[in-house]
Design a protein around this ligand. Sequence first.
Ligand code: F6R
Length: 606
Amino acid sequence: MCGIIGYSGPLEAKRLLIEGLAGLEYRGYDSAGIAFFDTVSQVRLVKQVGKVAALKETCEKLQGSSHCGIGHTRWATHGGVTNANAHPHQAGRITLIHNGIIENYHQLTEEFGLQDKLVSQTDSEVAAHVLDHFYKDDPFTAIQELVRRSEGSYAFCILFADRPGEVYAIRKTSPLVAAYTHSGALIASDLTALIPYTHSYFVVPEGELVRLTPYKVQTYRLDDLSKTQPETMTVNWNMDAAMKNGFPHFMLKEIHEQPEAMKNTVLPRLSKGLPDLSEDGIPDALFLSCSQVHIVACGTAMHAGMVARTIMEPLLRIPVTVTIASEFRYQQPLIDEDTLVIVISQSGETVDTIAAMGLAKAYGSKTLAIVNVKGSTIARESQYVLYTHAGPEIAVASTKAYSVQLAALYLITCRMALVRGRYTNEQAVTFLQEFLDVIPAMEDMIRRKDEMKAVVSHIINSPDAFFIGRGLDYAFSLEGALKLKEISYIHSEAYAAGELKHGTIALISDKVPVIAIATQDDIFAKSMSNVREVKARGAFVILVTKEGKDVSADLADVHITIPAVQDIFTVFPIAVVLQLIAYYASLGKGLDVDQPRNLAKSVTVE
Ligand code: F6R
């Protein structure tokens, strides 16, 4: 959350910072600001409520050039959305931007007597004052003191008024990446801001100080200030991947990218028709030694886990549990050395998932992370990593990341079944052949997007919508409901269809949209009975089944069919259907599809 960028170099800093912030806006977008050294080496500050585009307009009117500065796009944690609470914050000779939460800011406010000095309600301004208090011409010492006193998570980029051309940074938990390029020295909360200038970067190690000058990015150990040399990494996508490329929204583009992302994630891991994770450094022993699997994640990633649980448990015949990471981290989970803990995260920076993984390690469990962003915290800290290859996901609502997380989970399931003797080679080959059929099925649903577009006129004027399904169909429904509510603001909930009559059916009345998913052959008749129950109470039923199903005309107001892939794989075409319904609902209501209110892409605060 919160996008951060810092720059020192020959280019016009204001423009570079604004362009960087536009790329980082998906991390938070309630206000934005930049600070820079102007032509007479004074720090100037521009910040305002609203999107980066508004800040850009203001900055275009500014005279003079600049070659060093910092920029921030905010997702509010402490204090409302106001100009005063927008970053950067200033105190004395300090100007800083912050991502994270300083948990002891009340205590610091008292300790340093800041009550009457603060002009914002933010923890970040408190940090600026503490830093200013300790700044006696040596930035390193002042930062050491700030770090010593701060509890919580942070990524700070700091300008010291008497040090033009220099940007200082430090982080704990919250991510920062940096690079020295032909265009100068750059630091940012994520790669999208660096990619236009370089493909080589390093992850700022925790507990190391960074100094950017026009000629260098240097890191130092925080304790003795000795120089360090973080490992250089390379990113394998280019700026094109992070552009809309003719699509009106990132979300639609990313929905379209799913078949390709699936191929990139699955095909390199097939060998002689069997799943092979050896190139990823994942040994079979990991799958053999475990007596249970515990999946931990948040939001959409957790929903991928829910689907995986439903296929893994009956196939592997071992307990598979799914827990929301923010709950898991404060529980005393029943895990041990024989537990395989699978953490799932697109960004690899979700703070609750990071903490949950830390807890799993403390219990001695083995950790396997399914992550999209290379070099992210979860990827670095997990014992084993299976990267998904979706490329950058920019829309706040996750789409292609969900599909490839599922793909990774299906590969793991198949490999586990094989090494645990639950599958013969032939069965594993068949599983994967049938699995690959989902790619054309997804393409088919993408081609048929107008069917989903047509359906939303029956949804967007309703305050509520319900998703129902049984078994796997219920697991898919959870994601469908999340997608719809987060970008259309329609209150939508998913229910296990058989559970409806135990309370929820009271909410079904005339024309309430019910999206009923019924793709599982063995429980199809049962699902139809539940559809009949809501129909009898006046619901507007949008029924999704595999093609070839005999559905009586009075049962569904709209009937969408997906290609007849095997039951355990229907999630892939269904995901496309549900994503498109959410997309067109948001569009139909004239909302900001890619940046829905109150949300941000990567959740780096608790
Ligand atoms: C919803 C969505 C979120 C994320 C969740 C976890 O569309 O994107 O629910 O899935 O915040 O994020 P990652 O996968 O980055 O850990």
